[in-house]
Design a protein around this ligand. Sequence first.
Ligand code: ATP
Ligand code: MG
Length: 260
Amino acid sequence: MGAVIALTNQKGGVGKTTLAVNQAACLPDLRKNTDRRDLLIDTDIQANATFLISKETFGYRDTIGALFQETILESGRHLVHGTERENLFIVPSSPLMAAEEQRIPFRERRGERLSLFLKEVGDEFDIVLIDCPPALNIFVLNSFFAADSILVPMPPEELAVQGFEQLMGQIAAVRAVNPDLAFLGVVINMFTERILVQSEIRSFLEEQFGDRVLGLIHRSIILQEASASRTTVADYAPNSRAYEEYRRLAQRVASEYGLM
Ligand SMILES: Nc1ncnc2c1ncn2[C@@H]1O[C@H](COP(=O)(O)OP(=O)(O)OP(=O)(O)O)[C@@H](O)[C@H]1O
Ligand SMILES: [Mg+2]
């Protein structure tokens, strides 16, 4: 199986989904002329990643929620949908999953459904990115069980630093579920150079995490504009610094797995 990376941070609005869709959208550009395929899995009932990467509307049975039905699906292959980007595929989410979520606690092997699904289709993809919700719910636990590493976007803010200990505790707890789960690193997101305190926190994060700071994404209006246009920077502004930053990050992540 290729790389399975959960993009996670229990704090909301830190840029998990923006990272997931933009990193995913850069992947096909990185290794042109190869037949490699990548997959984005949306585990958030907000379905923001699905909305940004696909123009289709999905019913509940098309989504990751279908993996959590009463019986374990014989095959989840039909949940892999194409996107407008060649070689990029998605397992979508939908707000319709909210109603089903309450029933999941009664399902057998509920913590392993995503992992079982990836055992079936994972070999077909080089990089699998899992966009997690800002929670520690059953979908996130499934993600931690199925992933081989976690990548944590984090704004350079005091509260993010306060969350540092919490983050380390979370990783320890996660390893109780999946001892092989690696901490791939953090991505400093929404960085503004001229704000002194942000530069200080950036230095602090670099001291704490060393070479596990895998990337830095500046705060950029282009990312909000791309989202408002329901697209990614790869399509919206391929000449922007934001695109270059996500591309560099995607490259770094791929090279961490020896895929570049
Ligand atoms: N580098 C950036 N510069 C400017 N805006 C950004 C940046 N990264 C993310 N945003 C914006 O911040 C908002 C929150 O981002 P996003 O939805 O990716 O966060 P999230 O962590 O996935 O949120 P949630 O926890 O709700 O899932 C969005 O409006 C997004 O466009
Ligand atoms: Mg999100």
